[in-house]
Structures are given as structure tokens and as C-alpha cells.
Design a protein around this ligand. Structure first.
Ligand code: SF4
Ligand code: SF4
Length: 82
């Protein structure tokens, strides 16, 4: 999963781009729910939030390092829950 750092300027552009509804406003800035972020695996070749963020504040979340197989598994779980 990816994460949003406190450099976020709350510009709102990433939230509607997320295919998994993983992004929401947190207490001080936007945040990513690691249980919903597939790093866009299953939807796009590149993380959409990273593509649109004007201040490049969306790195990998070191607490949720996942390989491609587990990202695919998460994608399938999210699809099944729809
Ligand atoms: Fe959403 Fe993709 Fe960004 Fe993860 S990488 S928060 S799934 S847009
Ligand atoms: Fe924050 Fe970047 Fe999302 Fe804008 S695009 S709300 S700066 S994380």
C-alpha cells in the first residue's frame, strides 16, 4: 500500500482518482486506507494518486510492504465484497 505524508496540501485531486475508494480526508490531511490500496493493481499500470499529486507526497507505506501477488489478492477481495 501507499501512504500520504504530511506534505499533503489537501488539494483533493487524488481522492476521486482512486479506483478502490482508499483515499479520504484524515484529521489533518488526506490519508490512504492500506486495507483498500492495491497500489492500483487490477485497475491501472501506475498508481493513479501518484500520477496526479502535485507535490509528490505519496510514497510506499513501509508498514504495508506487499508483493504483487498479495496486491492482486487484495484486489480480488475488494471486488468480491462489492
Ligand atoms: Fe488508490 Fe491506487 Fe493510490 Fe492506492 S495507489 S490509494 S489504490 S489510487
Ligand atoms: Fe494531498 Fe497529493 Fe492528494 Fe493533493 S493529490 S490531496 S497533495 S496527497
Amino acid at each position: 500500500a501507499l501512504m500520504i505524508t504530511d506534505e499533503c496540501i489537501n488539494c483533493d485531486v487524488c481522492e476521486p482518482e482512486c479506483p478502490n475508494q482508499a483515499i479520504s480526508m484524515g484529521e489533518e490531511h488526506y490519508v490512504i486506507d492500506p486495507q483498500r490500496c492495491t497500489e492500483c493493481v487490477g485497475h491501472f499500470d501506475e498508481p493513479q494518486c501518484v500520477q496526479v499529486c502535485p507535490v509528490s507526497c505519496i510514497p510506499l507505506n513501509p508498514q504495508f510492504v506487499e508483493d504483487r501477488d498479495s496486491l492482486w489478492a487484495k484486489y480480488r477481495r475488494l471486488q468480491a465484497a462489492k
